[in-house]
Design a protein around this ligand. Structure first.
Ligand SMILES: Nc1ncnc2c1ncn2[C@@H]1O[C@H](COP(=O)(O)OP(=O)(O)OP(=O)(O)O)[C@@H](O)[C@H]1O
Ligand SMILES: [Mg+2]
Length: 236
C-alpha cells in the first residue's frame, strides 16, 4: 500500500482539496483507494458522502479524535487490498498525532497558500515536521505545492524565496479555480470532470501525479478508463 499524507498545520491551505482530488484520481485509475480523515471537521468524509454511487469507489476511514471519545480503531479500518491510502490531516496538528500520521506516510505533500501569514506558518510547520515528526528520511518523501495562486499574481516573491530556501522539491502551482469548489460540492475531482472545463487545472496538477505515480500512462493528464463523472451527471 502506498500512503500519501496531505498535511500543513496552517488551516485552509488546501489539504482536503488536494487529498480528495488525489484520491479521486487514483480511484478513477482503477486503483483500490481509501481516504482517511484525521480531521474532526470531517471534510473529506463529507466529500465522500456527496460522491455519486456511479463514481469509482473510495473507502472512507475515519481517524478523527472526537471530543470525549478515545476508540478509533473500527472506523480507521482500511481494507487489506487497498493500493492507495490518502490521509487528510487536520489543521494545527502536532505531537503524538503528527507522529502517528507521519509514521504511516510514504509521501508527504504540503500545500501552501501564497500569503505572508501562510508562508511563515508553513515554514515553522516544515521545521517541526523535520525535527519532531519522526520522519524516516530514507523512506518518506516530502514535497511542497503552492495552492490558490491567483491568476492576477502568478509570481509571489516571498513564496518564491521560501521555496528556494527549502531543500525539498516544489512540485507545482495550483491556481485558485472555481472548478475545485465545484468538485468539492459534487464529491468529485478534476480528473473525473469534463476535460474541456478543467484542462488548465489538470495540467497544473500533473506534476503531483508524476511524483506520486510516475509509472502511469496519462493521456492528456487523465487516467485511462476513468469514469467521466461530469458527463454521467449531465446524462450526456
Ligand atoms: N485551488 C483552489 N481553488 C479554489 N478554491 C480552493 C482551492 N484550494 C482550496 N480551495 C477552497 O479553499 C477552502 C479551503 O480549502 P481546503 O478545505 O482544501 O483547505 P484545508 O487545508 O483542508 O482546510 P482545513 O485546515 O480547514 O482542513 C475550501 O473552501 C476549498 O474549496
Ligand atoms: Mg481540510
Amino acid at each position: 500500500m502506498q500512503t500519501i499524507l496531505v498535511i500543513n498545520s496552517k488551516g485552509g491551505s488546501g489539504k482536503t482539496t488536494l487529498a480528495t482530488n488525489i484520491a479521486s484520481y487514483f480511484a478513477g485509475s482503477q486503483r483500490k483507494t481509501a481516504l482517511m480523515d484525521y480531521d474532526p471537521q470531517g471534510s473529506s468524509l463529507h466529500w465522500l458522502q456527496l460522491r455519486s454511487t456511479k463514481a469509482a469507489a473510495i473507502h472512507a476511514a475515519d481517524a478523527a479524535v472526537q471530543k470525549g471519545k478515545r476508540m478509533r480503531s473500527l472506523q480507521m479500518y482500511v481494507p487489506e487490498d487497498t493500493g492507495i491510502l490518502v490521509i487528510d490531516a487536520p489543521a494545527g496538528v502536532d505531537g503524538v498525532l503528527l507522529q502517528e500520521m507521519v509514521k504511516k506516510a510514504d509521501y508527504i505533500l504540503v500545500p501552501v497558500a501564497p500569503s505572508m501569514i501562510d508562508i511563515h506558518a508553513t515554514a515553522d510547520f516544515i521545521r517541526d515536521l523535520l525535527l519532531k515528526g519522526g520522519i524516516n528520511k530514507q523512506q518518506t518523501r516530502i514535497a511542497v505545492v503552492a495552492n490558490r495562486v491567483r491568476k492576477s499574481m502568478p509570481v509571489y516573491r516571498p513564496l518564491e524565496r521560501f521555496l528556494q530556501v527549502l531543500s525539498l522539491p516544489f512540485l507545482t502551482r495550483i491556481s485558485d479555480s472555481d472548478q475545485y469548489i465545484l468538485a468539492a460540492e459534487q464529491g468529485t475531482g478534476i480528473f473525473e470532470m469534463d476535460a474541456a472545463l478543467v484542462a488548465t487545472e489538470r495540467k497544473e496538477f500533473e506534476p503531483i501525479l508524476d511524483w506520486l505515480d510516475p509509472q502511469a500512462d496519462r493521456q492528456d493528464g487523465r487516467p485511462e478508463n476513468v469514469v467521466d463523472f461530469g458527463r454521467l451527471c449531465s446524462g450526456a
